[in-house]
Design a protein around this ligand. Structure first.
Ligand SMILES: [Zn+2]
Ligand SMILES: [Zn+2]
Length: 106
């Protein structure tokens, strides 16, 4: 197993795990670089992060969908009536049918 890291000048380096915590020289620019310790915990931590992010996304997604589904349903049925002439659903606020211009009254 090897450790990947970057030297001060941005050169991608690779070192054996046995050299972790030691100093080595970048073969390209001869700069002294500390070989970092291998981070075995990183993949697990990333998994935990994505899991909580997914939960958060789901948590925010569901309530918004609920309000979207709930909002339009009650209003049209309660405030509309069918036109006696053409059966078009006309809002209660409209006194004239928009499709056949029949006067519906208030
Ligand atoms: Zn370098
Ligand atoms: Zn009508």
């Amino acid at each position: 197993m090897s450790i990947r890291f970057v030297c001060r000048n941005g050169h991608a380096l690779k070192a054996n795990v046995r050299h972790a915590g030691r100093k080595m020289r970048c073969p390209r620019c001869k700069v002294a670089v500390w070989v970092p310790q291998p981070q075995l915990q990183t993949p697990r931590a990333e998994n935990n992060l994505t899991d909580t992010q997914a939960v958060r996304l789901l948590g925010s997604y569901h309530p918004s969908q609920r309000t979207l589904l709930a909002a339009p349903a009650p209003s049209p049925t309660a405030k509309e009536r069918p036109c006696p002439k053409c059966n078009t659903m006309v809002p209660m606020l409209c006194r004239v049918c928009p499709s056949c211009n029949t006067y519906l009254g208030s």
